[in-house]
Write a new protein. Structure first.
Length: 90
């Protein structure tokens, strides 16, 4: 009889950045440095993120490294700042 390893469910925040020039979305997983992907639509980007996270976590586990986990989702706040004036080039 073969015992199967029970899957551990983890939750990660993904950030989707619109790519106005190329179209689609770039995706970053802040809790997993080096884990990123992209997709043409939001649904595709999220599906690709799920696959990238699974692969990234599996690689960490195979290497015997700790797998980072989020204790709580990060807060995201957008702020506006005034731009500095660039000096004129003479």
């Amino acid at each position: 009889m073969r015992l199967e390893k029970e899957a551990t469910m983890r939750r990660y925040t993904v950030l989707l950045y619109p790519e106005p020039e190329e179209g689609g979305y770039s995706v970053v997983v802040p809790s997993l440095p080096g884990c990123f992907t992209q997709g043409d639509t939001i649904d595709e980007a999220v599906a690709n993120a799920r696959e990238a996270i699974q692969g990234h976590v599996a690689s960490l586990e195979e290497l015997g490294r700790d797998v980072p986990e989020e204790s709580a989702p990060p807060s995201i706040v957008t702020v506006e700042v005034a731009g500095s004036r660039q000096p004129a080039v003479a």
